[in-house]
Design a protein around this ligand. Structure first.
Ligand SMILES: Nc1ncnc2c1ncn2[C@@H]1O[C@H](COP(=O)(O)OP(=O)(O)OP(=O)(O)O)[C@@H](O)[C@H]1O
Length: 506
């Protein structure tokens, strides 16, 4: 019998159908992937089955009976939980405290205090049951991304979750960390929990899922068995056209003058430790490291968002005097941040306002902003980046996650930068846009830009970079020419413990 069945589900925003006549079914113990281009309706669907949005029509059947899921606590009560990429943990709370978040703490015998022992025992039982090892005394802000994901899954299982929805769970995880997560997912399904797995990462979908449902423009276009389809067919279903992957080609333009020179750079918090690197004109340089290696921190330090305790940053021959993002922008440096909701965009503002804010000078004459060219350029970039929206005036907060990322990118491109600092720029974007972003960056590099590119997807780093640095515990563990390097070689450096630290030029 199906665990969850929906029939004829509709959801409208204004005149626009985000979901139209959706039929869907998931059975106990199944791993069911949900895929679709950015804006296809996946998040809206999740929000309806978890009680965030009310549908405008259609039925939801849970374990054979019709239900109304009025709010998220309703969903949790019947056994539906979701783990999002934006994790819902309280940073200063320990693992234990986060595990019991929103739940009654076990009371001590007196009925006044918390029964800590019981709390710890229950957590230990749960971890043993699912084969998870976590230091639950650590506060959430000291946990790595995979640890946080595991903790959230454990919390769902405390609530006797029958349907666990994982929304881009591996977005910032490396391959090894993803393996740990997959092992946990398999354990959950063995015990009958169904998994609805939303991801843009095709390889994972093919490794993990039993069935795959494809959404396109708010409609369900297919549900297929994993072993009866392949990646190219799936992508064609997603966008109704032939998909051709761009090849890993050698870039012809030889690198020019150094644009970025980092010498012995350290941050006050110790996350970046005596890092030296350089990126020249026309070069795309990758940075790879495990979660916690200091990838984001390094980019933030270069951009001026993190306090520096030593070393220097030279951009086009000019030494940066202090941590100052404004100065970076003036020097033609842009940062595509990992957390676009926090750092990249103002959700209440329109696409146009977000894109043109840093470059308003370009459109001003005297006191006035020349609206026409401002709008025209916004539109041009929206077309180039294939941003799905009702128009340049739509609020960014109303766009799907992937389309927000495209706006971040367009905004960066608009300022004609000389140096791109990209932190997971293709996170959450669909596979077509991912190729498009790679193409755009290569084009920018061919025009003389320098690109420093961080991704937790090793294959992506290898696909795009001319050269790469491996980061390990805040330090450069290796510099590798990306001609014949294999993923295994890169990973060996990620796990190196100092003594193997060395340089390899090729
Ligand atoms: N609150 C809202 N107001 C107006 N439109 C919205 C709102 N939320 C979503 N939409 C629209 O509904 C459509 C579906 O969006 P949804 O977020 O469900 O897509 P998605 O498949 O999850 O995309 P992504 O892969 O980019 O996260 C989009 O066109 C989006 O702009």
């Amino acid at each position: 019998m199906s665990l969850l069945k929906v029939a004829g589900l509709n959801k409208k925003f204004g005149q626009h159908y985000a979901l139209s006549r959706i039929d869907f079914e998931i059975v106990p113990g199944e791993i069911h992937a949900l895929v679709g281009e950015n804006g296809a309706g996946k998040s809206t669907f999740i929000k309806i089955v978890t009680g965030v949005y009310a549908p405008d029509g259609g039925d939801i059947i849970w374990q054979g009976s019709p239900v109304v899921i009025a709010d998220p606590s309703d969903a949790r009560r019947i056994g539906i939980n979701v783990v999002h990429q934006d994790r819902h943990l309280i940073p200063s709370f320990t693992g234990y405290e986060n595990l019991y978040l929103g739940l009654p703490y076990p009371k001590s015998k007196t009925g006044i205090g918390v029964h800590w022992k019981q709390m710890r025992q229950r957590a230990a039982r749960l971890m043993e049951e699912y084969g998870v090892r976590l230091d639950m005394n650590k506060t959430a802000d000291r946990m790595s991304p995979p640890e946080k994901t595991m903790l959230e899954i454990l919390r769902a299982m405390m609530l006797e979750c029958k349907l666990l929805i994982l929304d881009e769970p591996t977005a910032s995880l490396t391959d090894q960390e993803t393996e740990q997560l997959f092992a946990l997912i398999r354990k959950l399904t063995e015990q009958g929990t169904a998994i609805l797995y939303v991801s843009h990462r095709m390889d994972e979908i093919f490794r993990l899922s039993d069935r795959i449902t494809v959404f396109r423009n708010g409609e369900r276009v297919a549900t297929v068995n994993r072993n009866e389809t392949d990646k190219d067919r799936l992508i064609s279903l997603m966008n109704n056209s032939e998909y051709k992957k761009s090849n890993r080609e050698e870039r012809a333009v030889p690198p020019g003058e150094p644009v970025l020179q980092v010498k012995e750079l350290s941050t006050e918090d110790g996350k970046v430790d005596r890092v030296s690197l350089q990126v020249r004109q026309g070069e795309i340089v990758g940075i790879f490291g495990l979660a916690g290696a200091g990838r984001t921190e390094l980019l933030e330090a270069i951009y001026g968002l993190r306090r520096i305790s030593g070393g220097e940053i030279v951009i086009r021959g000019l030494r940066k005097k202090e941590a100052d993002p404004r100065q970076s922008l003036d020097q033609g440096v842009v940062l595509i941040p990992e957390e676009r909701k926090r750092d990249g965009l103002i959700m209440g503002m329109s696409i146009r306002e977000n894109m043109t804010l840093p470059v308003l000078r370009k459109f001003s004459s005297g006191w006035k902003i020349r609206k026409k060219p401002e709008k025209a350029e916004t539109k041009r970039w929206m077309e180039d980046m294939n941003v799905k929206a009702s128009g340049p005036e739509q609020a960014v907060g109303q766009l799907s996650g992937g389309n927000q990322q495209k706006v971040v990118f367009a905004k960066a491109l608009m300022s004609s930068p000389v140096l791109f600092l990209c932190d997971e720029p293709t996170q959450a974007v669909d596979i077509m846009t991912r190729d498009e972003i790679h193409r755009l960056l290569k084009h920018q590099a061919d025009q003389g830009c320098a690109v420093l590119f961080v991704s937790s997807d090793l294959q992506e780093v290898l696909d795009i970079s001319d050269r790469l640095y491996v980061l390990h515990e805040g330090r450069i563990a290796a510099e590798l020419a990306n001609r014949s390097v294999t993923p295994e070689q890169v990973l060996a450096y990620c796990f190196s413990q100092g003594k193997e630290r060395g340089h390899q030029h090729g």
